[in-house]
Design a protein around this ligand. Structure first.
Ligand SMILES: Nc1nc2c(ncn2[C@@H]2O[C@H](COP(=O)(O)OP(=O)(O)OP(=O)(O)O)[C@@H](O)[C@H]2O)c(=O)[nH]1
Ligand SMILES: [K+]
Ligand SMILES: [Mg+2]
Length: 428
């Protein structure tokens, strides 16, 4: 096994930079760099030296012994000053050592997977955690990283193995009198797993939204103040505003953290009948994107006039509240009046939806769970034909079990690994 190394912290200036090494030569390399023996375990402060004895930097050297390390191999970490030049100097010396090479993106984590330190779902959770920008994303990633999907899959797997073994007992003793009818217990085990699988599969859509962000479209007639509102929500001049009706034509997208939720706000063209060809194109685009968004904010007194249906959870809010003297509630992008309440109302609707997400987070998980569920439903159907077809039902159960095993990467995932690890950053 080769020893790999990489900068584990972010590129660029920082207080501290962490260089990580993993593999059989990692401790020896750290020892050569620090010019002397290292304590058997733990951490020490050392001067790091180039082969000619010149000083590279002073830093902390940490050693971990496999299998009690992130990768499961011997690991060393060098915490040095977070300077681009210091990091490059240490990386250069490492790259000149025999048997050491720069790690590929995700290679440390890949070794952790191969050494059984984490399952495939946890690897995905780790990737999500590193990408997490909002509180909702962080929490979702932590659940997966903690191994909860793996635990759930293991519970389902155990129940299905029990169901299959009940059937197999009948098959094995087909010539003898098997006193009890096993099918009620098999049915009940299978039905319970199927119900779980279907609930989890449904939650994936929401979980994916938490990962990629909810789209919230601002719609209204021209000059309602949509772009001004978008800018106020985003806290910057993302869209052009003017007194000219028909200013916005393209969709303006702003990614933001809205009360801990990842949201992409969409500003759209004002909706009206128009003779202007280009404005008409903008309006068609606005309708399409708004209808497909997760939530619409209708900035208007008359939503019906816009020709887009309000969907469940959609929010209507009156524009330019600063111009209203009648005390009605509304929002003003100009003065900021009502903005906090609008943010609150949007977050309540979205948070209510996030409560419906389960533990599974990815399309890959959904496909595996539906495949498993389809095999289970086939098993139940075959079961109706009585003990003669129990072997076929048992085979369907095994298909369902294999689909669940792919969730955590026990089977059928070789071709997936390159794709998953390619999305990792260097040094992870
Ligand atoms: N008094 C007041 N004026 C506003 C408010 N919001 C926007 N305006 C003004 O109304 C005009 C239109 O604002 P925009 O934000 O461009 O409106 P829009 O809905 O994006 O318009 P289109 O893109 O043309 O559909 C501008 O002159 C803004 O300064 C508000 O809350 N109060
Ligand atoms: K305008
Ligand atoms: Mg606009």
């Amino acid at each position: 096994m080769e020893t790999i190394f990489a900068l584990a912290s972010a590129q660029g200036k920082a207080g501290v930079a962490v260089i990580r090494l993993s593999g059989p030569q990692s401790h020896r390399a750290a020892k050569v760099l620090s010019g002397g023996d290292l304590p058997l375990r733990g951490m020490c402060l050392r001067e790091l030296q180039a082969p000619d004895g010149s000083r590279l930097d002073v830093g902390l050297v940490l050693t971990f012994h496999g299998p009690s390390s992130f990768t499961g191999e011997d690991v060393a970490e060098l915490q040095i000053h977070g300077s681009t030049a210091s990091v490059n100097a240490v990386l250069r010396v490492l790259s000149e050592m025999p048997d050491l090479r720069l790690a590929e993106p995700g290679e440390f984590t890949r070794r952790a997977l191969e050494n059984g330190k984490m399952d495939l779902a946890q690897v995905e959770g780790l990737a999500d955690l590193i990408d997490a920008e909002t509180e909702a994303q962080r929490k979702q990633a932590q659940t997966i990283l903690a191994g909860e999907l793996g635990d759930l899959a293991e519970r389902w797997r155990r129940d299905l193995i029990r169901a299959a073994s009940l059937l197999e007992a009948v098959i094995d003793f087909a010539d003898e009198d098997v006193p009890t009818d096993v099918s009620p217990e098999v049915r009940s085990l299978v039905n319970a797993v199927m119900a779980d699988l279907e609930r989890e599969a449904k939650g994936v859509r929401i979980a994916e939204r938490i990962r990629s962000g909810f789209e919230v479209a601002i719609v209204g007639p021209p000059n309602a103040g949509k772009s001004t509102l978008l800018n106020a929500l985003a806290g910057r001049e993302a869209a052009i505003t003017s007194e000219y009706a028909g200013t916005t034509r393209d969709i303006i997208e702003v990614r933001m953290d809205l009360a801990g939720l990842p949201v992409t706000l969409l500003d759209t063209a004002g909706l009206r009948e128009t003779e202007d060809h280009v404005e008409g194109l903008g309006i068609a685009l606005a309708r399409k994107r708004a209808e497909n968004a997760d939530l619409r904010v209708f900035l208007t007194e008359d939503p019906e006039a816009l020709g887009i249906g309000m969907q469940s959870g959609d929010i209507q809010v009156l524009p330019k509240s600063d111009l209203r003297s009648d005390g009605t509630e509304g929002v003003s992008g100009k003065t900021g009046q009502g903005i906090d309440r609008l943010i609150h109302n949007i977050s309540v609707v979205l948070r209510d939806r996030t409560a419906r997400s389960g533990i599974a987070t990815r399309e890959r998980h959904r496909v595996a769970m539906l495949k498993s569920s389809a095999a289970l439903s086939e098993a139940l159907r075959v079961l109706d034909s009585g003990p003669d077809l129990y072997d076929i039902a048992a085979e369907e159960l095994r298909t369902a079990i294999r689909a669940l095993e792919s969730l955590v990467g026990r089977v059928d995932v070789e071709n997936l690994l390159d794709e998953i690890f390619a999305s990792f950053c260097l040094g992870k």
